[in-house]
Design a protein around this ligand. Structure first.
Ligand code: SAH
Length: 196
């Protein structure tokens, strides 16, 4: 399939911030994503007390659900507004602190301590800052990163995974000549070569 029309497209940080400011967030699912519900057992694989990563998290409601189940949730998101809306909409109190390793970044952490959301670019993170994860929920993340950054994104994600971690990935399938994205179309063959 020809993905040529999308491969050079760039969505800037400012454009994402503006989507949040104008409420142009059709990607947000107020009731959570049906595919996480459906495949939650695969993600958890019978384990409890996991460290679960939400790359490009937005205000995904499952961060609250998984934390309520006893897991530790870590997210990263460039929009501080998104993260503040997350805490407000779930009536969660949180505290804010700078991240010494990343200039300009902030960590917003629920008072209960089991939800830590980094306000910065995912490309600023490393395992020495956030540690490694037992599970990753990738929805609206691989398909949202600029096509030219995909390999960088995936290589980074691999460095953030524990040995026996599970990774649930949601993609979308459509004719990339008919929509400029995001979400971008990522062919299955490319997913295989990216993750190896
Ligand atoms: N995963 C969420 C949001 C998907 S939309 C959900 O399923 O609802 C993609 C999100 O990624 C937007 O909120 C955008 O602000 C954020 N984003 C875009 N580029 C980013 C980057 N480089 N680092 C961190 N967040 C980013």
């Amino acid at each position: 399939t020809d993905t040529g029309s999308q491969k050079d497209r760039v969505v800037t940080k400012e454009e994402w911030l503006q989507k949040w400011e104008t409420g142009n967030i059709g990607f947000h699912k107020e009731q959570g994503h049906p595919l996480l519900q459906k495949h939650l057992d695969v993600l958890l694989n019978g384990r409890s007390g996991l460290r679960i990563f939400f790359p490009l998290c937005g205000k995904a409601v499952e961060m609250k659900c998984l934390a309520d189940m006893g897991h530790n949730v870590v997210g990263v998101e460039v929009s501080e507004q998104a993260l503040k809306e997350f805490f407000a909409e779930h009536s969660l109190s949180y505290c804010e602190e700078p991240v010494p390793e990343i200039s300009g970044a902030k960590k917003l952490q629920s008072t209960s301590g089991n939800i830590s959301l980094y306000c910065c670019s995912i490309y600023d993170l490393s395992s020495s800052i956030v540690g490694k994860f037992d599970a990753v929920w990738d929805r609206g993340a691989l398909v949202a990163v600029n096509p030219r950054d995909r390999q960088h994104y995936v290589s980074l994600m691999i460095t953030l995974m524990e040995k026996n971690s599970s990774y649930l990935l949601v993609t979308v399938s459509y004719d990339p000549n008919k929509h400029k994205g995001p979400p971008f179309y990522v062919p299955e063959s490319e997913i295989k070569s990216l993750f190896g």
